[in-house]
Design a protein around this ligand. Sequence first.
Ligand SMILES: [Zn+2]
Length: 199
Amino acid sequence: MAVSEIDRLIELLARLPGLGPRSARRAVLHLIKKREALLLPLAAALAKAAETIRACGRCGNLDTQDPCVICRDQRRDPTVLCVVEEVADLWAIERSGAFGGRYHVLGGTLSALDGRGPEQLKVDGLVARARAPEVSEVILALSATVDGQTTGHYLSERLADSGVTVSRLAHGVPVGGELDYLDDGTLTAALKARRPADG
Ligand SMILES: [Zn+2]
């Protein structure tokens, strides 16, 4: 591996969340030392992931099949949709084991600051899914940030005439917190004690 390729690898890894140039340099040296055990399997796994992982056309979850494994699972409750901002939030709720319905990944929140409006989020898809006859409840599992709450109000209005109950997570979700950082117990409690969303 030429030095420039090592630099390139360090530069790419340093862009990952939680890593900087220093951690990236350490990671790269470690990968090169563990060529057979780590570097080659990682390279193969990355290539495979890049080739096969797609967003589910129905819910936005990431999977190698579309519809994803959750949308295809007939044992899941078809009456409840849980709306989350990002796939990381979906994973967090799945880890908690507290929810047996299906999901809808918005792809973020409304944000005046970042210039993100409803058209940048998967809102129309959500409204269409909420109108399906089998769906009776939509749970808004959004962050307790200003943007998360603004998005919740907007979605409540958009879903008002769809005939479903719209609920939101109970308090216990820390202000400014993201679902991914919650422990399973807090998340489970917030889901169980969910309450009607105010329009
Ligand atoms: Zn799906």
